[in-house]
Design a protein around this ligand. Sequence first.
Ligand code: ADP
Length: 257
Amino acid sequence: MNQPVLECRDVCFSYHSTNGETKALSNISFQINSGEFVAIVGPSGCGKSTLLSIIAGLIKPESGEVILHHTQQQKIGYMLQQDHLLEWRTIWKNILLGPEITGTLTKEKEALAKRLLTEYGLTKFKDKKPGELSGGMKQRAALIRTMVMEPALLLLDEPFSALDYQTRLMVSGDIGSIIRKTGVTAILITHDLSEAISLADRVLVLTKRPASVKNDIPIDLTLSEHTPLSARNAPEFKELFTLLWKEISDEYSEKSS
Ligand code: ADP
């Protein structure tokens, strides 16, 4: 558990366009250990998605480093707000897309895909097209497509935000439990503070843009066994919510002052 998987050291990044420079990240430093589930919250537009794109290797930091320990860039799974399932392929064909493209489609991969379909309750829908599934089911299928690649590090960029509130509660609960069970190291970007508290082991709070790490809050809930949904009944939940809300709202009020 204490083996580091990811280290960000003094990561800085700015966007450059004809309108000038937008500083997005300023000296971001943190470490994530194997098996940890870390949520990242911060004011809207502060640089959260930019940070995830840098960790995924999609963009390079201007300065600083992203160090992956005991893993490679190819072992990073990235799940976005939209499911991006291909409408002309069945769910089964969609979830096997990664192995197909990377030439790693084996009988074992197919067996893993089948097992994940069962675990996520989608076996009955494997021959359907994405358009025939509900939003929550599509997000589950998108997660299977990511998990079939057996990522060592899972990046989740607001994966539930396109869902309606009730579906979001259900799907984030299910997906959170499944991620916990697999023990994969995960980073979740969310603007939903309750979601962050109920799913994560730690919450990193970012400042307004250019983002730096303002606080790193451990989530220690005293419920002995809990699911992401029942975590909301923990005695510490309200206090943690108030603390996180204060951290974020201070950033907004500093912005307007
Ligand atoms: P968040 O995920 O926290 O909402 P982002 O990482 O998406 O924030 O964006 C951080 C800042 O960088 C925002 O002000 C955004 O407008 C700006 N930004 C994002 N992408 C680009 C881009 N491709 N070109 C210029 N500015 C960008």
